[in-house]
Design a protein around this ligand. Sequence first.
Ligand SMILES: C[S@@+](CC[C@H](N)C(=O)[O-])C[C@H]1O[C@@H](n2cnc3c(N)ncnc32)[C@H](O)[C@@H]1O
Length: 251
Amino acid sequence: MSHSQGIEREFGVPFPGAPVDASKWTQTALKAMPEGHLSWHELFGRDAPVVLDLGCGNGRYLIGSALARPTHDHLGTDILPVVIRYARKRGNQRGLPNLKFAVLGGRELLEVHTPPHTVSEIHCYHPQPYYDPAKVHLRLITPHFLALVHRALVPGGLFVIQTDNPGYWKYIRDVVPVFFEFRELPSRWPDSPKGRTRREIIATQKKLPVFRAECVAKPDVTEADAVALAEALPPPTFDADRRLRELDRLG
Ligand SMILES: C[S@@+](CC[C@H](N)C(=O)[O-])C[C@H]1O[C@@H](n2cnc3c(N)ncnc32)[C@H](O)[C@@H]1O
């Protein structure tokens, strides 16, 4: 991250927003998770559409969305404390009351802490492909995870999924349409042509293909159907292609 004339940039691309006067900073840290469901009303102090970013990294997408959509409440989680520290710092400094970040696995958030049918959007940008065969079981996008995404969303809710890993994408294209109407996007995000996230910026600058889809939960799939479907579908045991690992050093 470079600073020139007060503008923060990542790989040359301006980071959304700018620090406000310290008297207007907010507290975006969500540290104490309840044992069971979160109350969105208690967390944000109002009732508004909820947007989640699972594996949010440094929070770039969510901070931009919280700035652009003050009408929506946003929660980002990641298992890496260091990236959440960066996300919180920038979120606080931008004075955003509609944004929280937690150190937490995406699956745990949905399985344990998300009341069913309460979330408007779930975003998942560049989930870790895990190249090491011993870590394949850590891949986030599994049939069970997709059943949890489907359960968390309100009717008509949106699931955004994106990767630069061709093996992961092939798997996603096979399993996601079982639960969701799957609309693959032909080109870059109009709101962020250089990339919505840090990883997308890096992949775009390296001229790697980036695969994106916007998906809507199928209304005729019940919770019981989703669980049964999840059990029948294959796990994500694709070959992630170790040659692509180099990119992980950067982002
Ligand atoms: C390749 S990075 C992408 C980060 C960000 N979404 C972006 O596009 O720049 C993958 C992120 O997923 C996080 N991650 C891995 N497994 C996770 C899980 N089970 N739940 C939440 N985050 C996870 C990693 O810590 C890492 O920050």
